[in-house]
Design a protein around this ligand. Structure first.
Ligand SMILES: *[C@@H]1O[C@H](CO)[C@@H](O)[C@H](O)[C@H]1NC(C)=O
Ligand SMILES: *[C@@H]1O[C@H](CO)[C@@H](O)[C@H](O)[C@H]1NC(C)=O
Ligand SMILES: *[C@@H]1O[C@H](CO)[C@@H](O)[C@H](O)[C@H]1NC(C)=O
Length: 847
């Protein structure tokens, strides 16, 4: 019996690991830094949609401050719509939850309300006002005039301090309450700062200063998707009930596995289930195909709306055979869209953001249509997904015209001074009106200057840019435009530094701050005026070769931003200098943690994580930009570690963009470092992404064996690590030559996976090597195997059973029907799903 249980437990764990790795692979694996799921008033954890909500009391990072005593209510009644609504916290007086925020930026704030039957209070007459410190989310909502039984609200709020305070204010002598709260980090790239405004047709910027509320999130022609089918916990509903004319649209679907994510569109933007279904124009045999498919969406007037449309051409059999228009509120938003031109392929997701025009502000509907382009002789139209979010108004409110300041109740101790307060509220209101007026002027002026300045705007520097340096930058840009002979100032190359600033930062290139010397020049540690540590790379002066590389690198780096690529902060080209300023990587090159120094040895898990990070960076280089980029000098000294040992790929000085349409390879003089060179590249001088994969294979062996790629003092057969390690790998005896520090501390199956991955990378011919994406996937799997083994060794540690944010089973019944799988019991579905994933894992190359 006990044995059975154990077997089941292991089985369950395996399921977790398998799904874990699948989700990791299929998504960009965004892990929210802040992830609060709170069941208010509950005395125990609550599970909902396979996520665990913790009680609001006794939480280490969430605190509750109440001006009166809050009350707990609960109900086991079967009429309660979901387990999250079974408990509530009731507030007779103004009360606030404070959430510690570890990472600033947008957060989902999700609120769940259901008026539970409570003996002491009639919650249906409760009045709900909810504010953050800056925004009004709900103002005086009551269930009395509401024709729903529960209320779910989702907001995306940019939190710019280290905590978020949600305040619940009861009014009209009633109480306020809440059943559950989620506060979860949103990836920065999900909600942009810019979108297209429609009338006039112009860029709209500054969205990051507004709060957003989700009003619609539709999966065209597809099923309901919930938190367990979405990497960001979103809910998508079917669009049918919003269609203006039901028969105008027919739904189509393909297998979600067909969807090919490319570039900036990742599963975090929308899951493949969204792109795999769509509404298209009704029967093609209809005599007149000149009609639109229109969705009519009731909205609150006097607000502007953020509109995101998702497209994916899943219907065409060849390129350029679908051309259509998109209208929002009868304004043309996109004309003659040809998705296959925008994405260069079929089945590739695409999305576009708009801000609804103000002329429709007094209308209580928002309409979105797609229809054939009358100018094109090809008819057809498609839409896969649609998101509509309300934008906070000039009172910084999403509900009504009263700003936060006027909603906070007067505290009892000041009641006797009510007269003064009324006076000062009036004064404050006047002041506020004035401030809003100024703010609006400023915003409109700012957006104007942004438009005018497009020719010479500067790359925003998300890591280091504050408004002060921004102004400084733009004045300098003009200076450098005239001062420098290599006129880089006309494009977006990051911050320009004067030579004097560089001298100050590096203490006149003091030899004691020298970090290293490379082919391009010397690298110094520097400190900017504001205390930021940087790495300053100074090119050898006046070398033609260097100049070209200098430009390549700036151009390349300024286009690329990724967590696993070293960021370029700026450059200096004054006095014919070629100086690049990078973010400083506190733990230096990976190589120095492997051998040749007396730094403590890295654990196996650390090594795997570092390799995964570097692989991610390279994968991004190969696939993330519009054109594939080949690094050409992958080695352990070009993988740098930051203060948290996060690996970042450095040195694109030798980079070249990858094969484009008219070339099958890039042929150049052989560059790179001996010991890491792809033998095929060396022989044929042909460069492909697979050359980087080979070099990365060498890195993997170096990480395992902790010795240099080439070591001429060793016996002949051992000189080259690639050759030497491969002979041991082929014998299945890699453990004989691995770092002695690791012996006995590595899970054998993790080591095996790692060895096989390295072996594939080191294949003689490029075609036999995996892509960087496959390498990444295999390394992640090796890490999972390592983690599982340590979890099994400590069975009392339950926490590893629950990987936060990763649903245990991504399929529910509504989905399996779409997939053509007859949905049986939950267990059947789970087993089917497991075996499908398992077969993928057994044969990773068959995918
Ligand atoms: C949040 O606001 C800050 C300050 O306005 C801004 O710098 C940042 O880019 C915003 N973040 C997002 C994700 O919008
Ligand atoms: C919208 O704003 C206008 C002008 O401020 C106002 O007259 C109108 O009543 C508002 N409509 C609603 C529904 O609040
Ligand atoms: C589709 O709707 C737009 C906006 O309402 C309209 O201008 C256009 O003529 C319509 N197209 C067709 C083919 O009816």
């Amino acid at each position: 019996m006990v044995k059975m249980k154990l077997v089941k437990c292991v089985h369950l764990l395996l399921v977790v690991v398998l799904f874990g790795s699948m989700v990791l692979e299929s998504s960009a694996s965004f892990v929210p830094v802040d992830n609060y799921l709170i069941a208010c008033g509950s005395s125990q954890n609550v599970e909902f949609l396979r996520q665990i909500y913790a009680p609001d009391s006794g939480h280490s990072s969430v605190s509750l401050k109440s001006q009166g005593n809050s009350i707990v209510a609960s109900s086991n009644s079967s009429t309660v719509p979901s387990p999250l609504y079974q408990s509530a916290r009731i507030f007779p007086a103004t009360s606030s939850y404070k959430f510690d925020i570890k990472r600033e930026g947008r957060h989902w704030v999700r609120l769940y309300f259901y008026p539970l039957p409570d003996p002491g209070h009639d919650l249906t007459s409760a009045s709900l006002t909810v504010i953050t410190e800056n925004f009004v989310l709900l103002n005086n909502f009551t269930f009395q005039n509401y024709n729903g039984s529960y209320l779910f609200k989702e907001y995306a709020i940019n939190v710019t301090s280290d905590n978020l305070i949600l305040t619940f204010i009861p009014s009209n002598d009633s109480v306020a309450f809440v059943n559950a709260i989620e506060v979860v980090s949103v990836p920065d790239e999900l909600v942009p700062d810019q979108a297209l405004a429609l009338t006039p047709f112009a860029p709209f910027s500054g969205l990051s200063g507004y709060a957003l509320e989700t009003v619609y999130r539709l999966n065209m022609g597809g099923p309901l998707l919930t938190a367990q089918n979405d990497t960001l916990g979103r809910t998508w509903e079917n669009d049918k009930k919003y269609l203006h004319v039901n028969s105008s649209a027919v739904n189509v679907s393909v297998s979600p596995a067909n969807i090919k994510y490319k570039g900036a569109v990742t599963p975090d933007i929308a899951p493949n289930w969204i792109y795999a279904t769509a509404e298209t124009m009704g029967d093609a045999n209809v005599p007149n195909m000149m009609f639109n498919i229109t969705w009519v969406l009731p909205v609150e007037p006097n607000f502007t709306y953020f509109v995101r449309v998702h497209f994916c051409d899943i219907v065409s059999s060849s390129l350029n055979s679908l051309v259509f228009n998109l209208y929002i509120n009868s304004d043309i938003a996109l004309q003659s869209v040809d998705l296959s031109t925008l994405t260069s392929d079929l089945d590739v997701p695409y999305y576009k953001d708009f801000v609804s025009n103000s002329s429709a502000a007094d209308s209580d509907t928002l309409t979105v249509s797609v229809g054939p382009d009358t100018k094109a002789d090809i008819t057809g139209a498609i839409m896969n997904g649609l998101e509509i979010m309300k934008i906070s108004n000039e009172a910084r409110s999403l509900d009504g015209l009263l700003p936060v300041e006027t909603l906070l109740p007067v505290s009892p101790s000041r009641k006797n001074k009510i007269g003064i307060i009324v006076g000062s509220v009036a004064a404050a209101l006047a002041a506020l009106t004035f401030i809003y007026f100024c703010y609006c002027c400023l915003v409109s002026r700012r957006s104007k200057t942004a438009q005018q300045g497009q020719g010479h705007t500067w790359l925003p520097l998300p890591l280091y840019g504050n408004s002060q340096t921004m102004t400084k930058m733009s004045t300098m840009s003009q200076k450098s435009g005239t001062a420098s002979c290599i006129s880089l100032a006309s494009s977006n190359f990051g911050r320009f530094f004067t030579f004097q600033e560089i001298m100050d930062a590096t203490n006149k290139f003091d030899e004691s701050s020298l970090l290293g010397v490379g082919g391009f020049g010397r690298v110094y540690k520097g400190t900017l005026e504001d205390g930021t540590d940087v790495a300053v790379k100074r090119g050898n002066p006046r070398s033609e070769q260097g100049l070209a590389e200098f430009r390549t690198e700036i151009e390349m780096l300024s286009k690329l931003r990724h967590r696993h690529l070293v960021s370029l902060i700026g450059y200096c080209d004054e006095r014919s200098e070629m100086i690049l300023v990078y973010e400083f990587m506190a733990n230096g090159p990976l190589r120095s943690h492997l051998y040749g120094t007396d730094l403590p040895p890295l654990s196996w898990k650390q090594r795997l994580e570092i390799c995964i990070g570097a692989a991610r960076g390279l994968h991004y280089l190969h696939t993330g930009a519009a054109q594939s980029i080949i690094h050409r000098d992958v080695k352990t000294t070009n993988i740098l570690l930051d203060e948290n040992f996060v690996a970042k790929v450095a040195d694109f000085g030798l980079s070249k963009t990858g094969p484009s349409l008219d070339q099958t390879h890039v042929s150049t003089a052989v560059k790179g470092s001996f010991g890491y060179l792809d033998p095929e590249y060396f022989r044929r001088q042909q460069l492909t992404e697979k050359s980087d994969v080979y070099s990365f294979g060498v890195v993997l062996m170096e990480v395992l064996c902790t010795r240099p790629a080439l070591n001429p003092v060793l016996p002949r057969e051992q000189v080259n690590i690639a050759e030497w390690a491969m002979t041991w790998q082929k014998k299945g005896m890699l453990d004989q030559i691995m770092d002695p520090n690791l012996v006995g501390k590595v899970n054998p199956s993790s080591l095996k996976k790692f060895g096989e991955t390295a072996e594939k990378c080191l294949a003689d011919h490029g075609v036999d090597r995996p892509s960087m994406g496959d390498v990444l996937w295999n390394l992640e799997y090796a890490l999972q195997l390592e983690e599982t083994s340590s979890a099994l060794m400590e069975p009392e540690d339950n926490s590893t059973n629950h990987i936060p944010g990763i649903p245990l089973t991504p399929f529910d019944n509504s989905i399996s029907m779409v997939d053509g799988v007859t949905s049986g019991t939950d267990e059947d579905a789970e087993d089917a799903a497991t075996s499908a994933v398992f077969s993928q894992l057994v044969n990773p190359r068959g995918r």
